[in-house]
Design a protein around this ligand. Structure first.
Ligand code: URA
Length: 241
C-alpha cells in the first residue's frame, strides 16, 4: 500500500464506538484515600486496580470539574499495554459514556492506530490529563490538571507502558513540563526514566487540518505513527515486552 493510501486510512467513517458504560459502583470508595484538597497529592502506590481508581474518580471533588460530571473518564484499553496514549480531557460523548476518545477525535485516533495495525483493545491504554469534562470542552486549567495528575501518575505506574504518546500541548505540558509548541517537538522521542515519550498532534487538530499534502499535519502524523510502530517492533525484538 502506498503511503498516500495509508494516510487515507485516517479518513473518518463511523466505527460504532458508542457503547454506554454505567458508572462504577462506589462500593470500594474510601473518602480518606483521596484528599479533597487539590494541594494534597494523591499518594503514590495507593491503587492496586484501575477499577478502584474508577470508583474514586467518580466520587472525586478535587476540583470543580467534579460538579458537572456524568461519568469520570478514567481510561480503557489493555491494562498491560506497551503503549499509553494520553489526551487532554473528556468531551461530551466521553462524559456521557465514561469512555475516552469515542467522539470524532476518537474515531480518528482509532484509524491512526489501525493504520499501523494497533488496536485500542490489544495494544494501547488510552487516558487523559483530566478525567472529568471541562465545560464547553475548554482546555483544563492548571489547577484542574494538577488536581488530577496523581491519578495519571498512578495509571502510568500500574500499566507500566514503555511508550507514552502525548497528544497535543496539554498532555505535553502537564506530563513532561515542556512548554514548547507541539509543532516543534512532535515526532521526537524523549527518554525519561525507563519510558519513551513521543509528542504527537492531537486528533482534533488533524480534524481541523484535513490536508494530506506532504508536510501537512496529517502527513506528519503518518510519519510519527510509523516511527512508533518501528520502535515498538524494535522493543519487542530486544526485550520481553
Ligand atoms: N476525547 C478524549 O477522551 N480526550 C481528548 O483529549 C479528546 C477527546
Amino acid at each position: 500500500m502506498s503511503a498516500e493510501n495509508q494516510i487515507d486510512l485516517f479518513n473518518l467513517e463511523p466505527t460504532g464506538n458508542t457503547a454506554a458504560a454505567s458508572p462504577p459502583p462506589p462500593s470500594n470508595f474510601d473518602p480518606d484515600l483521596i484528599p479533597t484538597s487539590a494541594t494534597v497529592p494523591i499518594p503514590t502506590g495507593i491503587y492496586t486496580s484501575m477499577e478502584a481508581m474508577k470508583g474514586h474518580c467518580n466520587q472525586c471533588q478535587r476540583c470543580d470539574l467534579g460538579q458537572n460530571r456524568t461519568h469520570a473518564v478514567v481510561g480503557e484499553g489493555n491494562l498491560q499495554a506497551a503503549i499509553m496514549v494520553v489526551g487532554e480531557g473528556p468531551g461530551q460523548t466521553e462524559d456521557e459514556t465514561g469512555r475516552p476518545f469515542v467522539g470524532r477525535s476518537g474515531e480518528l485516533l482509532d484509524k491512526i492506530l489501525a493504520a499501523v495495525n494497533l488496536t485500542r483493545e490489544q495494544d494501547v491504554f488510552i487516558c487523559n490529563i483530566v478525567k472529568c469534562r471541562p465545560p464547553q470542552n475548554r482546555e483544563p486549567t492548571q489547577p484542574e490538571a494538577d488536581a488530577c495528575k496523581g491519578y495519571l501518575l498512578e495509571q502510568i505506574r500500574m500499566v507500566n507502558p514503555r511508550i507514552i504518546l502525548l497528544t497535543g500541548k496539554t498532555a505535553l505540558r502537564n506530563l513532561l513540563g515542556i512548554k514548547e509548541g507541539i509543532t516543534k517537538v512532535r515526532g521526537q522521542w524523549i527518554e525519561q526514566g525507563d519510558r519513551l515519550y513521543m509528542p504527537i498532534f492531537h486528533p482534533a487538530y488533524l480534524l481541523r487540518n484535513p490536508s494530506k499534502a506532504v508536510g501537512s499535519p496529517k502527513w506528519l502524523m503518518w510519519q510519527d505513527i510509523q516511527a512508533v510502530r518501528t520502535k515498538l517492533d524494535e522493543l519487542r525484538a530486544n526485550t520481553s515486552i
